[in-house]
Design a protein around this ligand. Structure first.
Ligand code: COD
Length: 160
């Protein structure tokens, strides 16, 4: 039964991530969305918020939402999964993703990275830009799931 781990920061989940998860489910029986916890970074959304927002946007029982700390390949070994799913938006993503995939393969031969191209409606969307636009009061409707949109509005609500 092929299973893939889709790792990321998901701070927050965007419709680009969602499209990748949905398309991943056409290739794999199950997709584990694995939220990376980096104690050196302060995310906008806490781990529990990110977990709940992904769960809410992905009710399909074939999607599992989990979190990991430390090396991704160690997590994959522990879960006994040897496929990592990653997305590519533009040429600019390629260099980073290429490095990541090769480093992971060096660290753990046998763990392969599968890339999917972004849906054409989502190529310009990143969590970082969404955070920035929302912080300055811009409208990110259509770029993120409804639950994330509501949470962003709550976080950046302007105090009178
Ligand atoms: N369309 C398609 N794909 C998209 C879109 C979009 N609009 N937006 C994002 N994606 C893809 C990204 O390209 C990426 O593949 C994935 O979705 C997740 O994106 P992010 O931004 O949420 O997550 P990243 O890229 O910050 O995640 C990096 C990791 C946390 C996976 C990485 O740093 C890691 O593995 N950390 C653990 C420590 C480790 O093992 N380090 C060594 C790695 S070699």
């Amino acid at each position: 039964m092929p299973v893939a781990i889709y790792p990321g920061s998901f701070d927050p989940l965007t419709n680009g991530h969602l499209s990748l998860i949905q398309r991943g489910l056409q290739m794999f029986d199950r997709v584990i969305v694995a939220i990376a916890v980096n104690p050196k970074k302060t995310p906008l959304f806490t781990l529990e918020e990110r977990r709940a927002l992904i769960r809410q946007a992905c009710p399909d029982p074939r999607v599992e939402v989990d979190a990991f700390q430390g090396l991704l390949v160690e997590y994959a070994k522990q879960r006994q999964v040897n496929v990592l799913l990653r997305g590519l938006r533009a040429v600019s993503d390629f260099e980073y993703e290429f490095q990541l995939a090769n480093m992971n393969r060096k660290l753990a031969p046998g763990i392969e990275t599968v890339f999917m191209m972004t849906g054409e409606d989502y190529f310009y969307i990143s969590s970082q830009l969404v955070r920035e636009v929302a912080m300055f009061g811009g409208d990110v409707t259509g770029m993120v799931p409804d639950g994330v949109l509501a949470k962003l509005k709550e976080k950046f609500a302007r105090k009178p």
